[in-house]
Write a protein that binds this ligand. Structure first.
Ligand SMILES: NC(=O)C1=CN([C@@H]2O[C@H](COP(=O)(O)OP(=O)(O)OC[C@H]3O[C@@H](n4cnc5c(N)ncnc54)[C@H](O)[C@@H]3O)[C@@H](O)[C@H]2O)C=CC1
Ligand SMILES: N[C@@H](CC=O)C(=O)O
Ligand code: NA
Length: 430
């Protein structure tokens, strides 16, 4: 939608952690954003669920409305920060189909209904901006969608959920238990409205799907991303990782191989020397490997009201600029349509910790299982305990997920293996 009178009318849907900071930054710096976009930005309304609920003091109460649809219809650019699927989906579709550009931080919506949203973009000749949806303030959407449009991305490996990184970091550095660390992350505004989306990895999976779609010009939805969260990670797992020179991180991994694209989210051991090991607290870090550019690292605040509002406002400035001067954001690019790989073809590495009867032939039996499943072993560490058992840590080279799973199943069935203590993916040192 073009702005004929030099004014771009902005509607904000949702005024929570991020939305309230968007209001503040619009008020404090609106003149700068106007100079940069060439338009006067006018916030014409803020759709909320309850107009009488307490608000941050800077939120103008006279702009509050509970008529979100009516507000969409009288704006040029819609900022959607309600979250969740409905009514966000219907409101975003209404805006796009009527030619209004949308700025959203809603990764769940994008990862579940991306094709429908992109079709609405085409239908309404509108634009869809979503920098805030992945890694908060970090310009990784722009990086993949625009900066790397002239390169071929080979892999994207990242810490894209601030809440879980904060929890794992607090557990490992301050010895906090899981529940306390999660409560702090909620208090600090990092967690989703339902924090199980963070803890069980679904938020990271949505972001992984968005990143993979952009990186590989292939439609990837959240249903294509196998996910394991961090709920089962214990203080002992973290201590064992540290003892082995690793840091435990929840990673989103998207790789292109000769066969297609593999995308997944899971906790992983990252060597202490790897750049992602240094990503602490609620910070995010995304390593992108591209054919010509080589390795790039994006790092910064991936969650929290103000950092995320920065990403929203960069998109608002772009949308307003296009409304004033013409032009469009890039459209969906899914021309490559690479096959999505299942576990049979997905490459992975694991570290297995197990307790073994300390008698002749035990280790050979274990090594035999790895060999028979075609999984090559990178290293084996054995410690003898007082009870006559051996604690063995076996790190594999890359193999398919399916062969690694079969290896573990056979280890469980092997009588000389007393207990499988943990099975964790390994990233970054091969
Ligand atoms: N908090 C963060 O660090 C980040 C959040 N995001 C995304 O930004 C979006 C907003 O997140 P937050 O501000 O943290 O959530 P929030 O839960 O603090 O705010 C959402 C607001 O929308 C309101 N709302 C719910 N239904 C509504 C409706 N029908 N009409 C109007 N308002 C309604 C809620 O009452 C709440 O105030 C979500 O999609 C989230 O995934 C993205 C990046 C970072
Ligand atoms: N809940 C998310 C917020 C940002 O997307 C997170 O913790 O990263
Ligand atoms: Na971002």
């Amino acid at each position: 939608m073009s702005a004929t009178d030099g004014v771009v009318r902005i509607a904000l849907l949702g005024c929570g952690t991020v939305g309230s900071q968007v209001v503040r930054l619009l008020q404090e710096h609106g003149e700068d954003w106007a100079a940069r976009s060439g338009a006067r930005l006018e916030l014409v309304g803020i759709a909320v669920r309850d107009v009488s609920a307490p608000r941050a003091p800077w939120v103008p109460r006279d702009l509050l409305t509970d008529d979100a649809e009516g507000l969409v219809d009288r704006a040029d650019v819609i900022i959607e920060l309600v979250g969740g699927i409905e009514p966000a989906r219907s409101l975003v579709l209404r805006a796009l189909r009527s030619g209004r550009s949308v700025v959203t931080g809603n990764k769940a919506l994008l990862a579940r209904h991306g094709p429908e949203l992109h079709a609405a973009v085409e239908q309404g000749d509108a634009d869809l901006y979503y920098e805030a949806a992945v890694a908060g303030a970090i310009p990784v959407v722009y990086g993949l969608r625009e900066s790397l449009a002239g390169d071929n991305v080979l892999a994207v490996v990242g810490i894209v959920n601030g809440t879980t990184n904060y929890i794992l970091d607090e557990m490992s550095t301050r010895g906090l238990d899981f529940a306390d660390a999660l409560a702090q992350a909620q208090e600090l505004g990092y967690a989703e409205a339902d924090p199980s989306a963070d803890v069980d990895g679904h938020d990271a999976a949505a972001k992984a799907a968005i990143l993979a779609s952009l990186a590989f010009h292939t439609r990837v939805g959240i249903g294509d991303v196998p996910v394991t969260g961090i709920r089962h990670i214990t203080a002992e797992d973290i201590a064992a990782a540290q003892a082995g020179g690793h840091v435990m991180k929840l990673l989103a991994v998207a790789r292109r191989t000769d066969a297609g694209v593999a995308v997944r989210v899971h906790p992983a051991l990252v060597p202490e020397t790897h750049p992602l090991a240094a990503v602490r607290g609620a910070f995010n870090g995304v390593v992108v490997e591209a054919e010509a550019a080589g390795r790039l690292m994006f790092y910064g605040q991936g969650a929290g009201g103000t950092p995320t509002a920065s990403a929203v406002l960069s998109d608002v400035v772009a949308a307003a600029g296009h409304a004033m001067r013409g032009g469009h954001a890039p459209r969906e690019s899914a021309y490559a349509q690479l096959p999505l790989l299942g576990p049979d073809a997905t490459p992975a590495r694991t570290q297995v910790q197990l307790r073994l009867a300390d008698r002749p032939g035990s280790l050979a039996a274990v090594a035999g299982i790895y060999g028979e499943e075609g999984v090559s072993i990178e290293s084996v560490h054995q410690q003898r305990s007082d009870d006559g058992q051996a604690r063995v840590t076996i790190t594999s080279h890359a193999a398919t997920e399916a062969s690694l799973t079969r290896t573990v199943e056979r280890l469980v069935a092997e009588s000389r293996v007393q207990e499988i203590i943990s099975v964790t993916q390994v990233e970054g040192s091969e």
